[in-house]
Design a protein around this ligand. Structure first.
Ligand code: ACM
Length: 498
């Protein structure tokens, strides 16, 4: 090898080493990004931003542009063609960036590039994490580290689910949650809209679902429901932040709220027809022996749901019921979803049903047997309870948390989840059930910061080395951002330091 080539090789290796160090060794001051980018190189030096930047943005990136204006506004930077620093936001035809990847370069200007508006949106979210959460003190400039990032997510499905059925969450909370999800590049908000304790989505054909079913809640929880207009607005709000809302109508069990509204959905010998505020499961079911009642109901409800939510997938539940007609029901309900031009998601138990291979299955018991459905071509959303059920404690013994799966699901356990030990996955999802989570503050406490670790698992290359101390350092560096987003996170010293 010629000396020149050798030098070049050493130089490339040094750069590669530098990139690794930037991510996996102590985080350089000012470089704290969650989820960690796939490739990051700190090039040395700083960019000072004072007063204004000169923005040039491609017109076909409206989500990214809106987000950029918000980010600049938050730190008090104006846009001006006379400003010394250029900020370019542009779409590039680079297939290696996929649908959500991006490049971000900070040198004597800032360049954000991606193939899609979604990718550029994430470049902006990374820039947001590098910036302070508020304007600098008077007379001070903002400084950014000079760096280069190329970043692509490992998984398409980077999910958070909220159980608004046991206890309702107001639209204002959901909007704040969508903003927080976007900050961590989470992109699927799975709303568990119906359960025994409450029915939260207006269905115009069956008004009693929300008149009666919306008025109940788990003991201590909040009743309520969303109108279709509210949900449509929420869908648009989420889409502007690259979040798809995936609605779940839990069938054929977890259905007492609907039965309390329309008694004919239950079998004729059922006497337990009132609203339910307890926490048992699997005690009532749509009467599968009355297909002439049940299937028109399912079709009519899902037709209205599909008209509100443009999501590629509709979730039909399917958990926690044993019934001889169960598999037939799941196959027929998934077929209705397919008739509506959508793909179905079913909890893991639905793997016994004959559904199309593009039906996603959602794993929730760590050891559920997955091989047969995987062999049929199904892919999975991974939510094994011992890693991703966020209704379990931030620490063992936390009051008002579940323990049936595990006594405590601490942050480190979420972070250390290895998707490679599971079947082929569309991605991962952190799930929050609300039997014991009746307020916005409690919801924040269970979600954060663990959902930031879910985001890291969903984005990072699972083959790259784990570094929990490094993750904690990045998390702590982002604490002012958590505070600025008014997140009432779990504040244990093992997470945030003494
Ligand atoms: C579930 O936790 N029943 C999906």
């Amino acid at each position: 090898m010629k000396f020149g080539s050798l030098l070049a090789l050493v130089w490339i290796m040094a750069l590669a080493g530098c990139a690794r160090q930037s991510i996996h060794a102590p985080v350089a001051p000012g470089v704290a990004i969650i989820p960690a980018p796939q490739w990051l190189m700190v090039t040395g030096g700083e960019l000072r931003l004072a007063g204004a930047v000169d923005v040039s943005a491609d017109a076909d990136a409206p989500r990214a542009r809106r987000a950029l204006d918000e980010v600049l506004g938050r730190v008090g930077l104006a846009t001006s063609a006379q400003a010394a620093t250029r900020l370019q936001l542009r779409r590039v035809d680079d297939p290696t960036l996929g649908d959500e990847g991006y490049r971000l370069r900070i040198d004597d200007g800032i360049t954000l590039e991606a193939r899609t508006d979604a990718g550029l949106f994430y470049a902006v979210e990374t820039l947001r994490q590098l910036l302070p959460p508020a304007p600098p003190a008077k007379g001070h400039a903002i400084t950014l580290p000079q760096l280069a990032i190329t970043d692509v997510p490992a998984y398409r499905w980077r999910g958070s689910s909220l159980d608004v059925a046991r206890s309702f969450l107001p639209v204002s909370y959901l909007k704040a949650h969508i903003d927080r999800m976007a900050f961590f590049k989470l992109n699927r908000l799975h709303l568990h809209l119906t359960d025994d304790q409450g029915w939260r989505i207006e269905i115009k054909r069956y008004p009693r679902l929300t008149e009666i079913g919306g008025a109940s809640a788990v003991k201590g929880g909040r009743p309520g429901f969303y109108t279709q207009a509210e949900l449509r607005e929420l869908v648009a709000y989420a889409a502007a932040r690259n979040v798809t809302i995936v609605p779940e109508i839990d069938l054929p069990s977890h259905i007492q709220a609907a039965i309390s509204a329309y008694h004919q959905l239950a079998c004729d010998d059922v006497t337990n027809l009132g609203p339910y505020a307890g926490i048992d499961v699997g005690f009532n079911i749509l009467c599968l022996q009355k297909p002439d009642v049940v299937y028109p109901f399912v079709r009519n409800v899902l037709t209205e749901v599909a008209a509100i939510f443009p999501s590629e997938y509709l979730h039909i539940g399917g958990d926690e019921i044993k019934n001889p007609l169960y598999a037939d029901f799941v196959a027929r309900a998934a077929g209705i979803v397919n008739d509506l031009g959508r793909k179905a998601i079913v909890w893991e138990e639905g793997s016994v049903a004959a559904t199309r291979p593009d039906t996603l299955l959602q794993l929730w018991n760590d050891k559920y047997p997955t091989a047969a459905a995987t062999a049929e071509g199904h892919r999975w959303i991974l939510s094994p309870c011992s890693h991703f059920y966020l209704d379990h404690g931030n620490y063992p013994g936390q009051p008002d948390t579940q323990t049936w799966c595990r006594n405590g699901v601490p942050l480190e356990r979420v972070y250390r989840f290895d998707p490679r030990a599971y079947p082929p996955a569309a991605g991962v999802e952190g799930d929050l059930w609300s039997e014991f989570v009746p307020t916005d503050a409690a919801t924040d406490n269970r979600l954060w910061p663990r959902l930031a670790a879910v985001a890291e698992v969903a984005w990072r290359d699972p083959a790259s080395p784990l570094d929990y101390p490094g993750f904690l350092r990045r998390l702590r560096a982002l604490r002012p951002q958590f505070d600025a987003m008014h997140i009432r996170y779990y504040a244990g010293p093992e997470v945030w330091g003494k």
